[in-house]
Design a protein around this ligand. Sequence first.
Ligand code: ADP
Ligand code: MG
Length: 242
Amino acid sequence: MLVDVRDMCKSFRHGSRKLDVLRGVNLTVRAGEMVTIIGASGAGKSTLLHCLGTLDLPSSGEILFYPKGGGVPTDITRLSPPDLADFRNRSIGFVFQFHHLLPEFSAIENAMMPALIARTPKRVARENAEAMLDAVGMSHRLSHRPGELSGGEQQRVAIARALAMRPRLLLADEPTGNLDTKTSAEVHELLFRLNEEHDLSMLIVTHNMELANQMPRVVRMADGRILDAGESSSAEDSDQSP
Ligand code: ADP
Ligand code: MG
């Protein structure tokens, strides 16, 4: 087991109204698992990812994160702000619909950025970033800036950046939402391969049903709830290994 989300609720205050955006979400993700999340716009998919990635705090509920190899989990909703930042830097990678690469920096500089911010020595940051850019098939474009790359290439760099710190969980919010059909398929293929080769757990939100249908586990959300966790409960039993 990697993550166990228990009865997570999230409300936003909007003027005088309270919006209940997540209304009791329960979800488990195993180490190395690739999970696809689908659901109509407004279902709460992004909010779920933000809470899991500690970019936002749930209103109630627990997010239990298990250490490598099992053991006692940490409820990340209770971490202090410095521990939270540390956890996020070490354990979580993000990819968004729009790549959010810094336009004035090259591919390699963008991919190094999170490590440098976390005060990783420059040489180590560079080695890790180069390795991930190689893994996403971008080693021939290290010195290109985002504006000199295609949409698919930009997203590959964003994925390399998300993975350069070797997170345990990659959170991808419509990573192909801005790409054409062929490029979307290539990026999904890449995520699929990274999941297999790097034993990386992933939560991917997508609108692309054709791609979702090819994915091993699809979670359906509606109205702040999980309608279908896309999994038989027996998967729990097979998760005793590290
Ligand atoms: P999805 O990603 O499934 O389209 P979101 O998680 O982005 O859905 O949003 C779910 C609902 O929560 C939407 O109705 C949205 O307007 C609302 N919402 C999201 N973030 C905020 C916020 N910061 N303040 C108020 N309402 C929000
Ligand atoms: Mg969204």
